[in-house]
Design a protein around this ligand. Sequence first.
Ligand SMILES: [Zn+2]
Length: 303
Amino acid sequence: MKWPKIFIWCSVWLAFMSACTQAQEKKERLMVVCTTGMLADAVQQITGPDAEVIALMGPGVDPHLYKATQGDLQKLQDADIIVYNGLHLEGKMSEVLEALSAHKTVIAASDGIDPSSLRMLGAKVSDPHIWFDVKLWSKAVAHLAKQLSQADTLHRADYLQRHQMYQRELLALDSLVRTSLSAIPPPQRVLITAHDAFGYFGAAYQMEVRGLQGLSTVSDYGLNDVTTLVDFIVERKINAIFTETSVSDKSIQAVLQGCNSKGHQVKLGGSLYSDAMGATGTPEGTYSGMVKKNVETIVNALL
Ligand SMILES: [Zn+2]
């Protein structure tokens, strides 16, 4: 009669231990909620399978205009760590992120960048599109690696090791961008897009950059802006301009028509990934892939 009783107690004990282990494993895998896809990709490169990484904004989504949905608010509440770009990229989410930072680890990627490296437009307005200078972005990624490894000490060594490997990949990517663009003769190195997303790109890789809308798509453009840009394109005999996957192409179409009406034939050079990556599962659905595709589109159109 004694054995069955022991057997029952052992079974109960084993079931209890198994439940504890499962609960611990679940807790060990942190949930990191990121605003943009570029951030989620960087975080995933660092955490590998050791964290669940979620991006709130998918392909084609404009972060300047994005408002958190009820579903997003739930994900942000459930998150162990929240990662955002900062520099007012997520302009309409500022209040939500600030409120959450009172009781959660909320990391701004842009905090990893020395303020002297930021493009300033006015005393207090800095350009938030830091991912377009690959070396600058690598500093933001290093900040994420440091913060994540401090928040998740259990996986610290793995995070730091993966980050080192990713840094090497980013440095190689930076060289690739530089080499590819150097094939375009300097007078043709002019990038005209819907909004001013490519300022860091231009500064890092010696391209002259013009956008119809300002730093944020929140500010609208007027007829004068179109006329000024059309005159510039005609005068400089620029042969291609670009749309963006996360911005309506209406503004660029207006520029195109303006040029044509002045007798200057300008073509659409393609659609660039500016403030959002491509579809998940495609090469452009990663940061490296998005940068490579942009460079390929630019070189094919301007060379
Ligand atoms: Zn933008």
